[in-house]
Design a protein around this ligand. Structure first.
Ligand code: MG
Ligand code: MG
Length: 269
């Protein structure tokens, strides 16, 4: 919609450099968590790792204390940890992860005034081939989107390719939750759907140099429908109980392509 497109805040090279620092911190946190994901570990332990690294860097955790009107309480942790049929916004707790689980970890920070927000799904020990295929497809959908981003083209061109790829592999694209602009705030305009919205309710936009986006495909092993778990009304689960995976990167659109902000130190620009 034109109204929301006009609220998109384009970032200067200096702001993009600050966002890259925030993105690198999130990447470091996810790397460290990945080293600890194994059967027997609890998501609360993973959250403690994130909390320490974020504090050590002089940053703040974006998710902690977030109030959402539908939820039963403010979000209590530094990461979201979503296990198996949980899609996003799962709450770290004391249940040990079990061999064969998959766990999606989403981490958001604010560092020097700018936000980073990224997610990956991890395998716990040895997982079933179908779970591996779901994880791979979701990660590949994100990689495909990053490859397809070019300035002065429409986002829906990228979203259509992601959706086609995911659905061609027999999986579902979550509709209720989407990517977003980010910068000084975790959620800025525009909304960045991972599918092509029906004509008439389309919030499509042009990819413009200086635009900074969190792109985050959420993919289900079965039907795409999701619901809130009633006990907290934070945790989003698949309606059909199928597994879900989630990968997220922050990117900046540049004059000639794209820069991944939430990649590690060794990633080339
Ligand atoms: Mg996130
Ligand atoms: Mg996000």
């Amino acid at each position: 919609m034109k109204a929301s497109a006009s609220k998109i805040v384009l970032k200067s090279p200096r702001e993009i450099a600050l966002m890259r620092a925030a993105g690198r911190l999130v990447c470091d946190v996810l790397d460290e968590i990945e080293r600890h994901v194994e059967p027997g570990v609890t998501t609360r332990q993973l959250d403690a790792i994130a909390e320490r690294l974020i504090a050590d860097a002089g940053a703040t955790a974006l998710f902690k204390g977030v109030v959402n009107p539908q939820a039963r309480f403010p979000f209590p942790a530094s990461i979201c940890s979503s296990v198996n049929e949980e899609v996003v916004h799962g709450i770290p707790d004391d249940r040990p992860l079990r061999e064969g689980d998959i766990v999606s970890v989403d981490c958001g920070v604010r560092l020097d005034g700018y936000c980073g927000d990224a997610a990956r799904t991890f395998a716990v020990g040895k997982i079933a081939p179908a779970a591996r295929r779901l994880m791979d497809t979701t990660r590949e959908a994100l990689e495909l989107a990053i490859r397809e981003i070019r300035p002065h083209t429409r986002w829906s061109r990228v979203a259509r390719k992601m959706q086609k790829y995911v659905e061609s592999r027999g999986f579902g694209v979550v509709r209720e939750f989407v990517g977003h602009g980010l910068g000084r705030e975790m959620h800025e305009e525009p909304k960045v759907p991972n599918y092509v919205e029906p004509a008439g309710q389309r919030s499509d936009f042009d990819l413009l140099p200086g635009m900074t986006l969190a792109i985050e495909p959420m993919v289900t092993g079965g039907k795409p429908g999701v619901r809130f778990r009633d006990r907290d009304r934070w945790t989003v689960v698949t309606k059909d109980g199928s597994l879900a995976a989630h990968f997220e990167h922050d990117i900046a659109v540049t004059e000639d392509g794209v820069l991944v902000l939430s990649a590690g130190e060794s990633a080339s620009s």
